[in-house]
Write a protein that binds this ligand. Structure first.
Ligand SMILES: NC(=O)c1ccc[n+]([C@@H]2O[C@H](COP(=O)([O-])OP(=O)(O)OC[C@H]3O[C@@H](n4cnc5c(N)ncnc54)[C@H](O)[C@@H]3O)[C@@H](O)[C@H]2O)c1
Length: 261
């Protein structure tokens, strides 16, 4: 599918690398003006520069999605620079591999503040502005196959990702009268820094190498290969595009067949 987002403006969180950067590149190449946001400003600036060098339009912003003030400030600044943002994708996220009995309340709070509250805050801020401007749009939140089931060593992460699906459903109902669709995607095992870190930590716990840990998991994927950030970005592009405009309130597994429900 060739996407055409000319004339649209988009804001992506967690866009300094991994899935967020792939989404920013896809939208930028398809003609959208892109606000590339991340708590890691330098990485966001590099991605924005790459989009601009390729002939697109992108601006980088430092944004910590767990801060309501930051979300308000950056969504306002992005709109001032790029016009009303009608496409939003929340990719900012963290994971720690900690056994259930060892997880601290502080780690729980931090994970939920970024993965779940951050999604809510960004959806709320962007939808408010679209509704005020009377413009339809589309939002996508990053959930995970982990949000479909349990994770013995990432209870906080799995709960945050199940929560993202719930926020998506509520937002879809709340914003449908304004022509704003809201969906989640649930990736499986994606080749990004997050996945590499997981396997460094898992390997420590189980006494094998990170490569052995990742290979073990990869062998369980029905499609037989690890997912790329571009695999996820393609599905998100569809949900944001006019072709996906009758899909709302859904959580789409993009996982090579790892999960069915
Ligand atoms: N990698 C996977 O296998 C996988 C699988 C399913 C779901 N996901 C989800 O997809 C999303 C992107 O994951 P990824 O693999 O690209 O991870 P990544 O670690 O490569 O990228 C995450 C980005 O989020 C940013 N970030 C962290 N805290 C932030 C904060 N407070 N405010 C703003 N930005 C912040 C990081 O700086 C980083 O650039 C995450 O929500 C993740 O949970 C990833």
């Amino acid at each position: 599918m060739t996407f055409d987002f000319r004339g649209k403006s988009a804001l992506i969180t967690g866009a300094a690398g991994g899935i967020g950067a792939a989404v920013a590149h896809l939208l930028g190449a398809a003609g959208a003006a892109v606000a590339v946001t991340d708590v890691a400003l330098e990485g966001a600036q590099i991605v924005a520069q790459q989009i601009n060098d390729a002939g697109g339009k992108a601006v980088a912003f430092k944004l910590d999605v767990s801060s309501a003030d930051d979300v308000e400030r950056v969504t306002a600044a992005a709109e001032a620079e790029l016009g009303v943002i009608t496409l939003g994708v929340t990719c900012a996220g963290i994971i720690r591999i900690v056994p259930f009995l060892e997880l601290t309340a502080d780690t729980w709070d931090r994970t939920l503040a970024i993965n779940l509250k951050g999604t809510f805050l960004v959806f709320q801020a962007l939808a408010r502005r679209m509704i005020e401007a009377k413009q339809p749009g589309s939002l996508v939140g990053l959930s995970s196959v982990a949000g479909r089931g349990g994770r013995v060593s990432a209870v906080d992460y799995a709960a945050s990702k199940a929560g993202v699906i719930s926020v998506v459903r509520s937002a879809a109902l709340a914003f449908a009268p304004h022509g704003i669709t809201v969906n989640a995607v649930c990736p499986g095992i994606v080749q990004t820094e997050m996945t590499l870190n997981i396997h460094r930590e898992r390997a420590k716990l189980s006494g094998i190498t990170p490569e052995e840990s990742l290979a073990k998991l990869a062998s369980s994927i029905p499609l037989g290969r690890i997912e790329t950030p571009e695999d996820v970005a393609g599905a998100i592009g569809f949900l944001l595009s006019p072709e996906g405009s009758y899909v709302t309130g859904q959580a789409l597994n993009v996982c090579g067949g790892l999960e069915f429900d």
